[in-house]
Design a protein around this ligand. Structure first.
Ligand code: SF4
Length: 127
């Protein structure tokens, strides 16, 4: 059984406008092999890709962001079509959303429910 107290319907992503790729500034962590896949997908030499799109955060790597109005978006968020431009090779962090460890904690759930309309609280079984 899922340890999460919510379920998720990915059909909601179609007209959501990429709320999980935009908003407050954050990190889009990716492993070296994920970064290599993205560089290959974009047909950019790996070193150039790192210089242009990646920043080091401690011992990890994150895709950089761009500023849109008063918010931030992942550098690969396509603002015109409101979707991920590297969807096929997006990092695990993106593929796993909204099933992130922080959302195992009930106190973070209201924020998630506000941000993602595909997320619905599971009904508690009647006792
Ligand atoms: S890689 Fe794609 S899915 Fe992940 S945050 Fe960036 S635009 Fe969104």
């Amino acid at each position: 059984m899922s340890p999460f107290s919510f379920c998720f319907d990915s059909k909601a992503c179609k007209d959501c406008g990429g709320k999980c790729c935009t908003g407050e500034s954050g990190y889009i962590f990716a492993s070296i092999s994920e970064l290599e896949k993205i560089a290959l997908f974009l047909q950019i030499p790996f070193n150039d890709f790192l210089l242009r799109y990646v920043k080091k955060v401690g011992y990890r790597f994150s895709l950089i962001e761009k500023k849109i109005n008063h918010e931030y978006a992942c550098i690969f968020f396509d603002t015109e079509h409101q979707c991920c431009s590297i969807y096929e090779v997006r990092p695990k962090q993106c593929r796993d959303f909204p099933f992130w460890e922080i959302y195992l904690d009930e106190k973070n759930l209201p924020q998630l429910l506000k941000e993602c309309k595909g997320v619905k609280r599971k009904e508690k079984p009647l006792e």
